[in-house]
Design a protein around this ligand. Structure first.
Ligand SMILES: [Mn+2]
Length: 426
């Protein structure tokens, strides 16, 4: 019988998902980290794992003590009652609150308290494994916790559980280089901190578990815990259990040759039916899916269709036939292009021609000409964002693709308007 450990990345209990449509807002807790944690507990028990390990940032903020306490206690008690051990290390978000929680919860074992490495022996059905763990002792740790430590192997396969900033020299969050981890001689390293999961596998057993659930639209795709199995003193399997109750999904909707703007919605539904079938293969299907919709294709109805889809923001669109998941649009990114070929227009020297030439440059965003255009666009956008009335929104720095998106949107709209004006004058 293999030994089964369920490894859980950053949970961030206490955080609520933002941008939920009105009808799901009352469900925010069940859709967020707390709901994801409950799914972990239920499935760990159903699948009969031997231990659950938490890689830090279990709690969002130091003052989320009570909510985290309720959720963590409920889960830990259920797991303990089923004979499942629960271990964890503290990260930079829960450096004080996680040890305090551990003091309250007899069945939660905090490993590596106060920045001192500790080991635990896991055991089941004659199989053993050794877990090495280290916990943050203060919110900022500018040195590598691995560098000065001499790792002594314990029984069975040996794995490290650590919250750290991988390959970010100079980071204040326990910077660790990949070669340092390799040099420890352990068989696997399960890491917390970065929310994008690595493609972990038996041949690539070192990396980030990823956040347990996508905490915002910037954390799209698969999220969940990982099942680590040990047999014959070795790591035998590393498998993701994608089970987050809320999933953020980038989706491309091609509107080429649209007959009327309204048909964009039918195309979207068609696409969602197809997409829903692919989600049926996950360990547990999401209850809600937030779409970042990228509308593409050459159509003169792009602007109108985009406005229609933008009107659908904040509404439930569809209940997946296969999974029952509720779909909603979180954001529409307009990338449709006018039906008139830009290349042909770009040969002209009138205003539409000049505009077409600039839009074409955006097709190769790394070219020198495009970079100049993006830099100019960013300057203009930053000026707007600095105006005092927007300050309360605390704007994040603009990504290149957001600038490109804005240029596309305004440029193609303007081009459509220019061409419409010319058409009217003829
Ligand atoms: Mn985190």
């Amino acid at each position: 019988m293999p030994l089964k450990l369920l490894a859980v990345g950053d949970i961030h209990l206490g955080r609520r998902p933002a941008r939920l449509p009105h009808e799901l807002a009352g469900d925010a807790r069940a859709l967020g980290p707390a709901g994801a944690w409950r799914r972990v507990v239920a499935r760990a028990i159903a699948e009969g794992v031997d231990a659950v390990a938490l890689a830090g940032d279990v709690v969002e903020r130091e003052d989320d003590f009570y909510e985290a306490y309720r959720e963590l206690r409920a889960g830990v008690e259920e797991l303990a009652a089923a004979g499942i051990r629960v271990l964890g290390v503290a990260g930079n978000h829960d450096v004080h609150v996680l040890p305090r929680l551990a003091d309250q919860l007899d069945d939660f074992d905090l490993v590596g308290r106060d920045g001192k490495w500790e080991t635990r022996t896991l055991e089941a059905g004659g199989e053993q494994a050794t877990l090495h763990g280290w916990s943050f002792r203060e919110a900022r740790v500018p040195t590598s916790p691995v560098a000065e430590h001499d790792f002594q192997r314990g029984p069975g396969a040996n794995l490290g559980l650590l919250h750290c900033d991988l390959d970010q020299r100079g980071s204040p969050y326990a910077p660790v280089m990949a070669n340092e981890l390799r040099d420890t001689g352990l068989d696997a390293w399960l890491l917390g901190h970065i929310h994008v999961p690595h493609a972990l596998s038996v041949t690539r057993p070192v990396g980030y578990l990823g956040s347990l659930t996508g905490l915002d639209p910037g954390e799209p795709g698969d999220h969940g815990p990982w099942l680590i199995t040990f047999e014959g003193g070795r790591v035998q399997g590393i498998d993701p259990w994608v089970l987050a109750p809320l999933r953020w999904e980038p989706l491309k909707l091609d509107l080429a040759e649209l007959d009327e703007a309204e048909s964009a919605r039918a195309r979207l539904l068609e696409k969602l039916r197809e997409h829903d079938r692919t989600l049926a293969g996950l360990a547990e299907a999401p209850r809600a899916v937030g779409l970042r919709l990228r509308v593409t294709g050459r159509t003169d109805l792009g602007t109108e269709a985009t406005r229609l889809l933008e009107n659908d923001l904040g509404q439930l669109l569809h209940e997946g036939e296969t999974t029952g998941a509720h779909y909603f649009i979180e954001k529409v990114i307009a990338e449709t292009r006018p039906e008139i070929p830009l290349h042909k227009l770009a040969e002209r020297n009138d205003p539409p021609g000049l505009l077409a030439q600039r839009l074409l440059r955006l097709e190769t965003p790394h070219s020198e000409e495009a970079r100049q255009l993006i830099a100019d666009g960013r300057k203009r956008l930053d000026q707007l964002r600095r105006e005092s009335r927007w300050q309360a929104l605390d704007p994040q720095p603009l990504e290149d693709d957001e600038v490109v998106d804005w240029l596309w949107r305004s440029g193609t709209r303007m081009l459509e308007d220019l061409l419409a004006q010319q058409g009217a004058g003829e």
